[in-house]
Design a binder for this molecule. Structure first.
Ligand code: 13P
Length: 259
């Protein structure tokens, strides 16, 4: 069965009530029937989840959180639980983003715990993996990505894994304007599917959506999505401009379907 393209908009720590509501209104107005061909999810900052959910209304665009706690509840100042995300209307959550791994010191074990908490609570999850520039230059990209996959999925049952999208986000491409070449992305996505085959089996690896993230823009999305293993994208900066984000969604809907 063909994999349904997926595009996520990771707003990171951007927008406010006014600009967030305007961005969603523009997405809803411009989306048309695009969401029939591509699964679209927006990931606003926590304080705006409810506002964005209400602005999405009956739209086919889904809502996700950018992070979650690995604990269910309790005395954890500043944390946000899976149940709180669900209660706010989110169906998705990002786990293992490199900004959290690098800036907040999230280790592989914590990423694995968060992923399990998300899936056991009923959320779907985008698991982010990717190598640093040093690791790439040392020729260890595939090894690093595979190790991240193996560690994160250690306790994830195959039935739960069906609610996971894997995002390949090379750290050197995030927010830099330097995008991975279509061949780089194809190689990394193949390494991810190899790791999934070792962890589960080739059928599940084939069914899994693996998307690319890192300086995605309307001008480079088409060539990336033409690669057979690239099923869409996780978009940072360009997701803050409705026309750019919709153009990337459209490239995924038509590009992935056409190949
Ligand atoms: P940019 O698209 O801004 O490079 O960010 C990518 C990203 O980190 C998405 O999660």
């Amino acid at each position: 069965m063909a994999r349904r393209p997926f595009v996520g908009g990771n707003w990171k720590m951007n927008t406010d009530r006014t600009s967030g509501a305007a961005l969603v209104a523009a997405l809803v107005a411009g989306c048309g029937d695009l969401a029939e061909g591509v699964e679209i999810v927006v990931f606003p900052p926590f304080p705006y989840l409810d506002l964005v959910r209400r602005s999405l209304g009956e739209s086919e665009i889904s809502l996700g959180g950018q992070d979650l706690s690995n604990d269910a509840n309790g005395a954890l100042t500043g944390e946000v639980s899976a149940e709180m995300l669900l209660d706010s209307g989110a169906q998705w959550v990002l786990v293992g983003h490199s900004e959290r791994r690098q800036r907040m010191g999230e280790c592989d074990a914590l990423v694995a715990d968060k992923l399990l908490m998300a899936l056991e609570s009923g959320l779907s999850s985008v698991l982010c993996v990717g190598e640093t520039l040093e690791q790439r230059e040392a020729g260890s990209s595939s090894r690093v990505i595979s190790a991240q996959i193996v560690s994160a999925l250690d306790h994830v049952h195959p039935a739960q894994f069906q609610r996971v999208v894997v995002a390949y986000e090379p750290i050197w491409a995030i927010g830099t304007g330097v995008v991975a070449s279509p061949q780089d992305a194809a190689d990394a996505h193949a390494a991810i599917r190899d790791a999934l085959t070792s962890r589960y089996d080739s059928a599940l690896a084939r069914e899994t959506r693996v998307v690319y993230g890192g300086s995605l823009a309307p001008g480079n999305a088409k060539a990336l999505f033409a690669q057979p293993g690239v099923d869409g994208g996780l978009v940072g900066g360009a997701s803050l401009k409705a026309p750019d984000f919709l153009s990337i969604c459209s490239a995924a809907a038509f590009g992935v379907a056409a190949r």
